[in-house]
Design a protein around this ligand. Structure first.
Ligand code: ARG
Length: 395
């Protein structure tokens, strides 16, 4: 066997099945790579699983730091929520995983790049585009190429003695530091409420009877401290995931437009992302001018759309990042949030760059804003609108 494939390997159902397919149907040696983006799996167990599947070599790459600094933080700066809801946890991790696989592919002199994505989802786009942006090697995606469905995969796994945990039998899960995506099974009925066993990060029962508060401090658009503690970026996200999750915050349930045109029902647990994006966008409103706020929200939407759609490597993403970074110079300050019974509310914010001025805004005595000036402004502002209506009335 001289053909050698490198596979992005999570140890789950899809990628385990793919190892066997590559060996048996494609007649290839397999090198596996697991990239740790904070999915919380036991890396030793995954390595053992890969060995048991007969791979030639297994690599484990810890990419958590890079994931936060180069992917999650830019997404916070972009207030990134695809279709106003999804924080892109999976979408952000894929290009990083693909890049790490490419790095090892060079070293291992493989003849093909492989992934375990189906032809129905977005992940195939993210892997294919990142792979093709960095290499000319052919891409093999057995699940897509052989049109495999989940039931067939489960049977194939059983036949090959591949152990699948009980959650994977119910749902298709993808998780990392930024969020947990739950798909499939009973969730495919879009009208059915997700069963509580779908959730692990967010508490849904017996929530605290008192509110708790979360204080997040930002420096140039990125979080640097929480509840008065300076934490490293990974610990900071873990801290918020825990605290907000216990308060019942971070469940998202929506209908999502996939790249390939399918509408899917998606359920997520994203406590830290929910809090951080809410806090960050609130702070931006305080320090940015109304013109910056209006324009940046267009850029943010475009950024989210590109990244969701697997085009992390498109030059436009970097162009947008340059604009976004420029806007973050004044996004420093603190946001206070109230967490209670599954709901989240910003209850205070402050910044040395605040454009909010009490003296201007107050309805009380002593405002520095001269109300009389407003009259002429309003007349000019509404001139065309009132004129158009005057004409209508004449008719
Ligand atoms: N719909 C999300 C996305 O495309 C999440 C996909 C999660 N994958 C999974 N196997 N559950 O980014």
């Amino acid at each position: 066997m001289s053909k050698k494939a490198i596979l992005a390997f999570s140890g789950g159902l899809d990628t385990s099945v793919v190892v066997k397919y590559l060996q048996e149907k494609y007649n290839m040696d397999v090198v596996t790579v697991t990239v740790d983006v904070g999915q919380g799996d036991d890396q030793k167990k995954i390595a053992a699983k890969a060995k048991k599947l007969g791979v030639k070599k297994h690599y484990n790459v810890d990419a958590k730091k890079e994931f936060v600094s180069d992917f999650i933080f830019p997404s916070i700066k972009a207030n990134s929520l695809y279709q106003k809801k999804y924080c892109l946890a999976t979408a952000l991790a894929r290009p990083l995983i693909a890049k790490k696989v490419l790095e090892i592919a060079k070293k291992e002199k493989v003849t093909a790049l492989a992934h375990g994505c189906s032809g129905k989802g977005n992940d195939q786009v993210r892997f294919d585009v990142t792979f093709s942006s960095g290499s000319n090697l052919p891409i093999i995606a057995p699940i897509r190429d052989l049109n495999l469905d989940r039931k067939t995969e489960l049977q194939f796994a059983k036949k090959h003695g591949i152990k699948i945990d009980s959650v994977a039998k119910k749902f298709s899960i993808d998780q990392n530091l930024w969020g947990r995506a739950i798909e499939g099974g009973v969730l495919e009925d879009a009208y059915k409420e997700p069963p509580s066993d779908a959730f692990i990060w967010v508490k849904t029962k017996n929530l605290a009877t008192n509110p708790s508060y979360l204080k997040i401090q930002f420096e140039k658009g990125v979080p640097v401290a929480v509840d008065g503690k300076n934490l490293n970026p990974i610990s900071l996200i873990e801290y918020i995931n825990k605290k907000a999750g216990v308060a019942g915050i971070g469940i998202v349930d929506h209908i999502e437009d996939r790249v390939v045109g399918i509408k899917s029902r998606e359920v997520y647990e994203t406590p830290a992302a929910t809090c951080l994006i809410e806090a960050h966008s609130d702070l931006e409103k305080m320090v940015h001018t109304k013109h910056e706020n209006k324009f940046k929200s267009l850029v943010d939407d475009e950024w989210s759309w590109l990244v969701y759609s697997g085009l992390w490597e498109d030059p436009l993403r970097k162009d947008l990042d340059a604009f976004i970074d420029q806007t973050q110079k004044r996004v420093s300050g603190t946001v206070k949030m109230r967490l209670y019974n599954g709901s989240l509310r910003v209850v205070g914010r402050k910044s040395k760059y605040s454009l909010y001025s009490y003296k201007v805004a107050t309805y009380g005595k002593g405002s520095t804003f001269d109300q009389k000036l407003a009259k002429g402004f309003v007349e000019l502002w509404g001139m065309q609108s009132t004129e158009a209506n005057k004409l209508q009335r004449k008719r």
